[in-house]
Design a binder for this molecule. Structure first.
Ligand code: NAD
Length: 282
């Protein structure tokens, strides 16, 4: 997908004389966020985009962060903006996300864009659920009429994924059940899934016996667990107990390496869409 996008980005750059641009605002030095921002910068540069990270100290005030966002909003050379979450605890992420110009909100988390998605007219669908849909399409997994069970109801993954899969088009038209911390009898529900999506942020939440034989399993979770045997002192695991699930599922995404790279590819696609929209009619 990134190779395909690189071709489209090259065509954009030739036509308009400047490459599409992605700006990422990072507040503080949360190690996972630093890694994610680095990966986004690298991928956007490799695809031929202009990539810029605005790094602010963890002690920055909410107003300082909003000022940085507003300055990117005003700059016509910046077409894609995202604020890396989570923010330090003293900053309300909803207020900051709402400060992003919705036409530049390539993470698709502004309430306006989430509203468009729910109304069935998405502009920027959030990158992680879009990536999950693309994975299903690319792997020829039948979603129409399939029962999709999503574990997690966050605005970043669970809710927008439910909205995407409820749509009518390709890679959608599913019957969707969303589970969360208030769900009773999780196993009964997960076992009825044709496609099971784990996005709870709970290591090993989904065990082999919670999966219907032959189901497709998408593991969104990225959890750091201590591993003294590693130089870093930790390793990454998903929400699915992979060793058990791999024997039961027909297809399964690994962690790391599954949904994460697709998320980045979708972010680049949204940025290209924003750049094209900004040039429409020019
Ligand atoms: P979140 O904490 O905002 O939401 C987690 C959701 O899971 C909540 O809605 C909660 O109700 C539900 N949940 C928690 N425990 C549960 C349980 N035992 N049973 C059923 N539901 C339960 O997290 P998030 O931001 O949606 O992220 C979820 C996971 O996905 C995290 O591990 C995160 O790191 C990962 N993630 C990965 C990517 C990627 O690109 N690979 C992107 C976003 C998030």
């Amino acid at each position: 997908m990134r190779a395909r996008l690189a071709g489209e980005i090259e065509a954009f750059t030739k036509r308009f004389g400047i490459a599409p641009s992605l700006s990422v605002v990072l507040v503080g030095e949360d190690p996972a966020s630093v890694t994610y921002v680095g990966a986004k910068e690298k991928a956007s540069r490799e695809a031929g985009m202009i990539s810029e990270a605005v790094r602010l100290p963890a002690t920055s005030s909410k107003d300082r962060v909003i000022t940085a966002v507003e300055s990117l909003n005003r700059d016509p050379a910046r077409q894609g903006i995202l604020v890396q979450l989570p923010l330090p605890r003293h900053i309300d992420p909803d207020v900051v996300v709402q400060a992003i110009d919705p036409t530049k909100d390539v993470d698709g988390l502004h309430p306006y864009n989430l509203g468009l998605l729910l109304a069935g007219r998405p502009r920027f669908a959030p990158a992680t659920p879009s990536g999950i849909q693309q994975l299903l399409i690319e792997e020829n997994v039948e979603t129409s009429g399939a029962h999709v069970v999503i574990c997690g109801r966050s605005n970043i993954v669970g809710r927008p994924l439910a909205a995407i899969l409820l749509g009518r088009g390709k890679g959608a038209n599913s019957t969707v059940t969303v589970c969360h911390t208030g769900t009773r009898d999780l196993k009964v529900i997960t076992r009825s899934a044709d496609i099971l999506v784990a996005a709870a942020g709970q290591p090993d939440l989904i065990r082999g016996d919670m999966i219907r034989p032959g189901a497709v399993v998408i593991d969104v979770g990225v959890n750091r667990i201590n591993d003294p045997g590693r130089k870093s002192g930790f390793r990454l695991v998903g929400d699915v107990k992979f060793d058990e699930a791999v024997d039961v599922a027909s297809l399964i995404t690994p962690v790391p390496g599954g949904v994460g790279p697709m998320t980045i590819a979708m972010l680049l696609r949204n940025t290209l869409v924003a750049a094209l929209a900004s040039r429409a009619g020019k």
